[in-house]
Design a protein around this ligand. Structure first.
Ligand code: GLA
Length: 725
């Protein structure tokens, strides 16, 4: 609920568990509070001026009012706030000053559409309201609309800013954050993520310091290195207790999320498009909307924050046929054969996979152009008849006869220099005239800010999907941006290319998911290099990492689970020894780890032992039966592999009737203590039976004493599927 207290000039945004309060003083929109839910009332007591100038300039005509010491909702560069700005605008005279003051506001039911960009949506019956506060610079006539959509039930607030040039002359936006929060203290720990290819979303926690900490991407993608979310907690917060604040950007391009500890021991959090290399020209009358950022707070610990994000993403970001339903058990050909396949090999793999209960065979890279390695053919989305003389028909028909479906890999946003597409359109890639074009994995990036490029991609992909044979698409993206330029835009719009690229990509995806609603799309970027809320709006799942090793995945999945739901996280059983790490793990361990996400296999089933084939049959059945729990259940991190020599978790169905728990031992210690695993989220008054071995346990026992863990060997695991009886 949103309330406006006219006397106090105060806005109060309440979800079922949190409040967010702002107030207009001397025309400035101040941030007063974000945290545990408050009573509705006048909260002016929250802000008293201390007159802390400390060399910061005072505003004229405003004795004692020091901008640098104010908690500001949308701070601008150029006047007396000397911290990092949310907004920086270049004026026609070259100055970069902007001075936004409150002008008006509206409160409406529901949520206005964010045209062209991914965003959380609403459904009929949702208790959702939107506050739009208009700020204005009376001199430059720059206007800024701040949007706050309050999702009562999910406990989230979706924010964005629209910058409008209401003046007569052209201006340039240099920086425009989606959200800013000025906390009145900096007594926080930051939970951040970092990583690289095949080691994404590693988790770090550290106390906030003075100065600025930034999770950033300048890669033209959300990237493997810093995922676009950040969590701030009270120092004493843990999984089950304490104040926790999360911010998640609904964007797939270059981002910046920062936390700045100030001279007055306050904190500023900023989230939005990365200003480095960005600029946006605003002609008179034009406007620009930032991507959406989603804020979430709880005083019940980190697990609760994860559950809130998971529910909101599952219910109000992910769309389409596979929303909140288990995904088909798939087998992906990549680690089974890489580029070395032909029709006969795929027929054998497909028949074997179908016989083992697999529901979807995905032909990964290598089916098009003349692509026998990664050095050619991206852009030429035409079946390679050397490998598949009958096109997809023969393999599709065989799968269909065996109750299995067909999926296929594309990497649409790229072009190989050795491709018919590049030979025909060398200007269709991102590049800067007269400079060399840097290749990554022998490829260039198409310039999706050009509509004709998006049209070409739509037609190429639609031609394959229109055959009606394709049930699934893996959408890959295997390099990041450099030399970001476009001949199609004038010199003073080159700073727009990277964001316009995403506007182009999102519109292409929207067309495809609308026209092919039955196709399951999975996004991928060398694994989890674009695992973000922007892509999840179009594609309900993402290939979590190119590292398919069960042991390495423990940390990757832990970090992913902080914000993203398990349904979004693809996890496959791959071969042992693992192709990336050479770790040797048994089938049970690989299954235990992969069973937490959208499940499948990444191996050649024809090469498996009879024993492992039986395991595929058994585990496929288990996923078909319990996969819905992994999608809709609450996921609890029970052991932290960053701190302990084990990892453990459990997922509990919403009605608490099923609990799937897993434990992996990552390091053996001699003569160690008895190990037991206390479960969370279960019904303490119920009795549960483990369907895997028939053992029964009381709920009180499971959460009090826990499950006895009889594992003494390294990389071995235990799994329990507990059903209420
Ligand atoms: C990327 C993906 C892999 C696979 C290869 C194919 O690395 O993450 O899963 O699809 O491309 O080239």
């Amino acid at each position: 609920m949103i309330t406006y207290n006219e006397n106090a000039g105060q806005f109060q945004l309440d979800t079922k568990s949190s409040s967010y309060v702002m107030q207009v003083r001397e025309g400035f929109l101040l941030h007063l509070y974000w945290g545990e839910k408050l009573d509705t009332g006048d909260h002016s007591y929250m802000r008293w001026e201390q007159g802390r100038a400390a060399f910061s300039p005072r505003l004229e005509n405003c004795e004692g009012f020091i901008l640098d010491d104010l908690p500001l909702e949308y701070p601008c560069f150029g006047r007396g706030d000397l911290r990092s700005p949310a907004l920086e605008v270049i004026n026609p005279d070259g100055s970069n000053i902007c001075d936004l003051r409150y002008a008006s506001h509206t409160i409406t039911e529901g949520k206005p559409v964010l045209p062209g960009l991914p965003a959380f949506y609403t459904e009929d019956g949702d208790s959702v309201q939107t506050l739009v506060i208009t700020l204005r610079d009376e001199i430059s006539k720059i206007e800024c609309e701040l949007y706050y959509t309050v999702y009562d039930a999910y406990g989230i607030i979706a924010r964005r800013a629209v910058i409008r040039n209401a003046g007569e002359n052209t201006r340039f936006i240099k920086a425009a954050a989606s959200a800013c929060v000025d906390f009145d203290n900096m007594d926080f720990d930051i939970i951040s993520n970092y990583g690289t290819h095949a080691r994404e979303r590693m988790t770090e926690r550290f106390p906030m310091n003075h100065g600025k900490f930034e999770l950033a991407s300048r890669r033209g993608a959300s990237g493997h290195v810093h995922n676009p979310f950040m969590i701030m907690t009270s120092h004493n917060a843990d999984e089950d207790h304490g104040d926790v604040y999360g911010v998640l950007l609904v964007y797939s391009g270059s981002h910046s999320i920062s936390a700045e500890g100030t001279q007055f021991n306050a904190a500023r959090m900023l989230a939005g498009i990365n200003p480095d290399g960005f600029s946006w020209k605003l002609e008179s009358g034009e406007e620009f909307s930032t991507p959406e950022a989603v804020l979430c707070h709880t005083n019940e610990g980190i697990t609760k924050l994860s559950h809130m994000f998971h529910a909101a993403i599952n219910d109000r970001l992910i769309r389409g046929k596979y929303k909140n339903s288990r995904r088909p058990v798939l087998l992906n050909s990549w680690e089974a054969c890489y580029f070395s396949f032909d029709e006969s090999r795929l027929l054998k793999i497909g028949k074997c996979a179908a016989d083992l209960g697999i529901e979807l065979l995905v032909i990964d890279d290598g089916w098009f152009g003349k692509r026998d390695s990664d050095n050619c053919s991206l852009g030429d989305w035409v079946i390679d008849r050397r490998k598949l003389p009958n096109g997809l028909d023969k393999i599709y028909n065989l799968l269909k006869e065996n109750d299995c479906t067909l999926g296929i890999w594309f990497e649409p946003e790229m072009v190989s220099p050795d491709s018919d597409l590049y030979r025909a359109h060398p200007d269709w890639c991102l590049h800067i005239e007269n400079r060399p074009r840097s290749e990554g994995r022998h490829q260039l990036m198409l310039n999706l800010s050009r509509p004709e490029v998006c049209d070409y991609l739509y037609d190429s992909i639609a031609a394959v999907l229109k055959t009606g044979m394709i049930a699934y698409v893996k959408w890959d993206f295997n390099r990041n941006m450099a030399e970001v330029g476009s001949e199609a835009l004038p010199y003073d719009r080159q700073g727009e290319v990277s964001h316009r690229y995403y506007i182009g990509l999102y519109s292409l995806l929207e067309r495809l998911v609308t026209d092919f609603p039955d196709v399951l799309f999975e996004s991928c970027s060398g694994g989890g290099g674009r695992f973000d809320a922007g892509m999840l709006y179009y594609m309900p799942q993402t290939w979590t990492s190119d590292n398919s090793d069960a042991i390495e995945r423990l940390k990757i999945q832990y970090g992913t689970s902080l914000v993203y739901p398990m349904s979004a996280m693809s996890a496959h059983v791959s071969a042992s020894p693992n192709h990336q790490t050479a770790h040797v793990t048994d089938f049970e361990t690989r299954f235990t780890v992969a069973f937490t996400g959208s499940f499948g296999y990444e191996l050649d089933p024809t090469s498996l032992s009879d024993e492992d084939k039986e395991m595929v049959v058994k585990t496929s059945e288990l996923y078909k039966k319990y996969g819905h729990v992994m999608v809709t259940g609450d996921y609890y991190r029970l052991r932290n592999n960053y701190e302990e020599d084990c990892a453990a978790w459990c997922t509990v169905s919403p009605d608490k009737s099923v609990c799937v728990a897993g434990y992996v031992n990552t390091h053996v210690r001699m003569y160690d203590r008895n190990e037991r695993l206390k479960l969370k989220g279960i019904d303490k008054n119920a009795v549960y039976r483990d369907v895997l071995n028939g053992n029964t346990y009381s709920g009180a026992q499971l959460s009090g004493f826990g499950l006895p863990v009889h594992i003494t060997l390294e990389y071995r695991s235990a799994m329990w599927i507990l059903e209420k009886i």
